[in-house]
Design a protein around this ligand. Structure first.
Ligand SMILES: Nc1ncnc2c1ncn2[C@@H]1O[C@H](COP(=O)(O)OP(=O)(O)OP(=O)(O)O)[C@@H](O)[C@H]1O
Ligand SMILES: [Mg+2]
Length: 260
């Protein structure tokens, strides 16, 4: 589905992504792990059109998609969620979902809202779709809550829900489980597996929780210092010398420079 070829993204002289190459197979739930600062989010940002690469290519199903804008990628079925959830706090959970198709098409919020108000049939369709998504995620009871008032974990579920408002082909999840309690994490995991099996979504999942990765992902890719270090089953990767060294290495470095 996706092939990343010798991708670089530098910030000044700093090589956040430093010649990364990897493939994400159609139908897989591919895990992306690596110590803090490895370049995982930056890689997502380049693939998903938020950042331009310094060099290298991103291919989707054989087509060069390097540097396309997020809304263009959205139309190709490539979606991502953010490490920090991006909800509209003053709108309800249901309204947040209903906004997704229009927002992602590159329309302004005002136009989207205005148009939505004008077309009742479309509004009904979006509303039904949003309710179906909320039911799938087992959070129907939150439909009328203001998004600002739901928990961090529930916001993560809402992020996942956004990807279900349209026909996604590949979804990039950036730490969808971070700060989420076990029960909610299981709900998120179940939703990912169901979307993969029942709707054919391909996933690429960044996550620090290795139990979560082990349960969902095959293969697992490990990055460090902007490069791909290893790829294989979770067991292969966990036992890979270079991977162990990368985690230990940053542990020590973090202590030396006092980086969190
Ligand atoms: N806009 C930016 N300008 C300068 N440096 C950046 C920028 N974005 C990221 N970096 C740096 O690039 C490196 C990789 O960051 P990135 O966020 O991609 O790591 P990550 O693997 O997602 O880490 P984490 O697991 O902590 O989320 C870090 O050292 C970060 O400080
Ligand atoms: Mg990150």
């Amino acid at each position: 589905m996706i092939a990343v070829e010798n991708l670089h993204r530098h910030f000044g002289g700093f090589r956040a992504v430093d010649g990364a190459s990897l493939k994400i197979a159609t139908g897989s739930i591919t895990g992306l792990i690596g110590p803090n600062g490895a370049g995982k989010t930056t890689l997502f940002n380049v693939i998903a059109g938020r950042l331009k690469p310094t060099s290298g290519r991103v291919m989707m199903a054989g087509e060069d998609i390097t540097g396309l804008a997020p809304h263009e990628l959205f139309h190709k079925g490539l979606l991502r969620t953010f490490q920090i959830a991006h909800e509209f706090g003053s709108m309800t959970v249901r309204e947040n979902l209903m906004m997704v198709p229009a927002r992602q098409s590159g329309e302004t919020l005002w136009n989207a809202w205005f148009r939505r108000k004008a077309v009742a049939a479309e509004e009904r369709r979006l509303r039904d779709k949003a309710d179906e998504v909320l039911e799938f995620l087992t959070i129907s009871h939150l439909a009328d809550e203001k998004a600002a008032n739901i928990s961090g974990g529930q916001k993560k579920l809402l992020e996942l829900g956004r990807t279900m408002m349209v026909d996604a082909r590949i979804v990039f999840l950036d730490e969808v489980g971070a700060g989420v309690n076990r029960t909610l994490l299981n709900t998120i995991g179940d939703a990912i597996v169901r979307l993969n099996q029942e709707r054919g979504y391909t996933f690429c999942v960044i996550e620090h929780d290795m139990d979560f990765i082990a349960r969902l992902c095959n293969p697992v890719i490990c990055m460090a210092e902007g490069k791909v270090l290893a790829e294989g089953t979770v067991e292969d990767v966990k036992n890979d010398e270079r991977v162990i060294e990368a985690y230990l290495g940053t542990g020590l470095k973090n202590k030396v420079v006092g980086h969190a």
